[in-house]
Design a protein around this ligand. Structure first.
Ligand SMILES: Cc1cc2nc3c(=O)[nH]c(=O)nc-3n(C[C@H](O)[C@H](O)[C@H](O)COP(=O)(O)OP(=O)(O)OC[C@H]3O[C@@H](n4cnc5c(N)ncnc54)[C@H](O)[C@@H]3O)c2cc1C
Length: 325
């Protein structure tokens, strides 16, 4: 099964100065700094609640915020601040990239995005194929992108596994194609705006299963069902021909780079002191780098550094100098 769809290519004037992949504290702060330095900037992000900060219920140590707030509020505030200076945020999941040459391209499920510099800020909530049956059935009913593969499941019963806004949005998309969509949430509630949860609940094609885990993906040559377990209930089999997984782990999200930039032994992007990766014009910030302290304020600071470094790169000044503006 192909993981591609018809992708629209941007016009030349859609090539921005700084293309940011990931809009958590690192990517959104990078966008704020890039936009405030007069650079055109586009951020491609797959969903606030898919990121480490966006999913955190309560943050009490972000400087300047006296009362604890949900992490998603902090991300939304930084994004709104960046938008005020002209940064554009696009909801899409990047699945591939070409870092070669003076213009960098990232392919999302909806569109291709291009920038003269790229900042990778995708965090470290990625996961390896971990469910029994998952690896064997990738492309045979196991998918990670309904926008890409949903059409293959027209009039069939499918499952979506996850509790993020991304899982919710993709369920709604599938509900326009599939006969039945089972949204299996490991948590009791969706980590997403109330309006999205209400839309899911009201959709007659979608059945929401709360506090439900997937133990195994069943089928030899293609997905035939899932062995699931709702909290407090015995295991049961759910018959579906496709399963779309939106679960989180603790691995840097770098798969879409296809090995084009150097990684450490732990799988993190390697950068120099100016946030530059091994590829000219490609920078990185936040949890996608290996570091001993993963904190929102540090990710934000690294986003600022990466944006200033990208700006200097675009101006032809490779080195940073003190800047007090
Ligand atoms: C449960 C938990 C509690 C925490 N508590 C605290 C705390 O109290 N205080 C604190 O300072 N820090 C806390 N942290 C750490 C903090 O959240 C992270 O250090 C910080 O969010 C890292 O920022 P980031 O921008 O690098 O990554 P993230 O916040 O993970 O953001 C990455 C963004 O990239 C997007 N993305 C990923 N892949 C793609 C793709 N392929 N295409 C498009 N977009 C993509 C995601 O949707 C996400 O929005 C906590 C983390 C967790 C998991």
């Amino acid at each position: 099964m192909s993981i591609t769809t018809e992708i629209e290519h941007p016009a030349d004037d859609d090539i921005v100065d700084v293309l940011v992949i990931g809009g958590g504290p690192a990517g959104a702060t990078a966008a704020l700094y890039a936009a405030r330095s007069g650079r055109t900037c586009r951020v491609v992000d797959k969903g606030i609640a898919s990121g480490a900060l966006g999913m955190s219920r309560e943050i009490g140590n972000f400087p300047g915020l006296i009362d604890p707030v949900p992490g998603a509020h902090i991300v939304a505030s930084i994004r709104a601040q960046a938008e005020r200076y002209g940064a554009i945020f696009v909801a899409d999941r990047v699945t591939a990239a070409n870092l070669d040459g003076p213009v960098k391209t990232a392919w999302g499920a909806k569109c291709a995005y291009q920038g003269r510099a790229m900042i990778v800020a995708t965090g470290s909530m990625g996961r390896a194929a971990a469910l029994p049956g998952e690896e064997r059935l990738i492309g045979r009913g196991v998918s990670y992108c309904a926008t890409c593969d949903g059409y293959f499941f027209r009039d069939q019963a499918v499952a979506v596994v996850g509790a993020t806004d991304e899982a919710g949005e993709e369920s709604l998309l599938l509900a326009r194609l599939a006969r039945r969509v089972h949204l299996l949430m490991p948590a009791e509630s969706l980590r997403a705006p109330g309006a999205l949860a209400a839309e899911l609940a009201a959709n007659p094609v979608i059945e929401v299963h709360r506090s439900t885990l997937v133990d195994e993906i069943l089928g030899q040559n293609r997905v035939e069902g899932l062995r699931i377990r709702a909290r407090g209930a015995a295991a049961s089999v759910l018959e579906v021909s496709g399963v779309f997984l939106y679960l989180q782990g603790a691995r840097p999200i770098v798969d879409f780079l296809g090995g084009q930039a150097s990684l450490s032994a732990e799988g993190c992007l390697v950068v120099d002191s100016l946030s530059h990766t091994s590829v000219p014009g490609v920078f990185a910030a936040g949890d996608v780098l290996c570091k001993h302290l993963k904190q929102a304020v540090i990710a934000a600071a690294e986003g600022a550094t990466a944006a200033v470094a990208a700006d200097r790169f675009l101006s032809g000044h490779a080195k940073l100098r003190p800047d007090w503006s």
